[in-house]
Design a protein around this ligand. Structure first.
Ligand code: PMV
Length: 322
C-alpha cells in the first residue's frame, strides 16, 4: 500500500493544445506555480485477488469514463513494472472536481507517485513527471514544488516538468462556481485546435510568452510576470472562444474579477488575473501581498469564496493512513 499527496498548480503560461493525444505531448511549453491548498491524497493497494481495478473518489466508487481513465493510467504503470496485478485506488480530494481548479493535476500527480511506489518502479522526479503527464498533461507540473516549467519536448522522454528559479509568488483563488464544467478541458482543447482560427496564433504567441516569462522571473520583474500571466490567459480564452461550436468558460463574475485586479493595480497593489478552463479566477501577486490582495478583493466581491495560497510542495509519498 502506498499513499501520496499532491497539490494543484495554476499556470502563468498556459498549456492548451496537444500534438500527440495519446502520449499527451503539448504543442507548447508552459509554466506554473504548485500551491499549498486543496491537496489530493491517494492510496494505491495491489490486490491480486481482484478481477480488475477499483477506484473510489471521496467515498464514491468510480464508474464509466472516470474508472476507465484510472485503469488506462494503471496499465501504463503495470506495463513499466511488467506485472498484471490489479489495484485499488482510494482518493480524497479537497478541491472541487472538474471546476477548472486543477483537480486532474493534483489527482494524477498523486496517483502517479502512489502507483509508481506500489508497483515498485523506483522512479526519479523527471520520470514521475513524465508518468503523471500521461494521466493529465498539467499533472506533470504538480510533481514539482513551487514554480515549474513543462518543457514541451518532442517525445515521451523529453516532455517533463522541472523547477525554475522564481521570486516568491502567491495566489488568491476566487471560486466563482465550484460545479463541474460543461465541456472538459480534454474535449475543449481538441475542439480549439480543430476549429478555432486563432489556434495557430495561440501556439506561436505562447512559445514567445514562455521565453519572456522565464526572463521576467529571472529579473524578479513582478509587472512583467503579471502582465504576461494575464495576457496569456486571455489569449487562451480568446482561442477557446473561437471554437465551433463555441465554448466560453468565463462568466460575467469572472470578467468582473479581472476588472477588480485592474482596480487593485490602479491603487498600487500589484495583482494580475488568470483563469483556467472554467469560470474561477486566480489572482497572482507577490507572496507578501497575498493577504492584502485577498482582503481588498473581498471588499469588491463579497459573495465570492476567496482562498489565499502560497507555493506548495511537489507530489510526495506520505505514511499510510491505516
Ligand atoms: O491537464 P488538463 O488536460 O486538465 O489541461 C488543463 C489546462 C489548463 O488548466 C487550462 C491550463 C494549464 O496549463 O494548466
Amino acid at each position: 500500500m502506498s499513499t501520496a499527496v499532491a497539490h494543484p498548480n495554476i499556470a502563468l503560461i498556459k498549456y492548451w493544445g496537444k500534438r500527440d493525444d495519446d502520449a499527451i505531448l503539448p504543442l507548447t511549453g508552459s509554466l506554473s506555480l504548485t500551491l499549498d491548498v486543496f491537496p489530493t491524497t491517494t492510496t494505491v493497494t495491489l490486490d491480486a485477488a481482484a478481477d480488475g481495478d477499483a477506484a473510489v473518489f471521496d467515498g464514491i466508487a468510480a464508474t464509466g469514463a472516470a474508472a476507465a481513465r484510472i485503469t488506462a493510467f494503471l496499465e501504463i504503470v503495470r506495463a513499466a513494472a511488467g506485472v498484471r496485478t490489479p489495484a485499488r485506488v482510494v482518493t480524497r480530494n479537497s478541491v472541487p472536481t472538474g471546476a477548472g481548479l486543477a483537480s486532474s493535476a493534483s489527482g494524477f500527480a498523486a496517483l502517479a507517485v502512489a502507483a509508481a511506489d506500489a508497483y515498485g518502479l523506483g522512479l526519479d522526479e523527471r520520470a514521475l513527471s513524465r508518468l503523471a503527464r500521461r494521466g493529465s498533461g498539467s499533472a506533470c507540473r504538480s510533481i514539482i514544488g513551487g514554480a515549474a516549467i513543462w518543457h514541451a519536448g518532442h517525445d515521451d522522454a523529453t516532455s517533463f516538468a522541472e523547477a525554475v528559479p522564481s521570486p516568491a509568488l502567491g495566489m488568491v483563488i476566487a471560486v466563482v462556481d465550484a460545479g463541474a464544467k460543461a465541456v472538459s478541458s480534454r474535449e475543449a482543447m481538441q475542439r480549439t485546435m480543430r476549429t478555432s482560427p486563432y489556434a495557430d496564433a495561440w501556439v506561436r504567441a505562447t512559445a514567445q510568452d514562455l521565453d519572456a516569462m522565464m526572463d521576467a522571473l529571472a529579473r524578479d520583474d513582478m509587472t512583467a510576470i503579471g502582465e504576461l500571466t494575464e495576457s496569456n490567459a486571455l489569449r487562451m480564452h480568446a482561442a477557446i472562444m473561437g471554437s465551433r461550436p463555441p465554448i466560453r468558460y468565463l462568466a460575467p463574475q469572472s470578467i468582473a474579477l479581472f476588472d477588480a485586479a485592474a482596480q487593485l493595480r490602479a491603487e498600487g497593489l500589484e495583482a494580475y488575473a488568470t483563469a483556467d478552463a472554467g469560470p474561477n479566477v486566480v489572482l497572482v501577486c507577490r507572496d507578501a501581498d497575498v493577504d492584502d490582495v485577498r482582503d481588498r478583493l473581498a471588499e469588491r466581491a463579497p459573495t465570492v469564496r476567496l482562498v489565499a495560497a502560497h507555493a506548495g510542495p511537489g507530489a510526495h509519498l506520505v505514511p499510510d493512513a491505516s
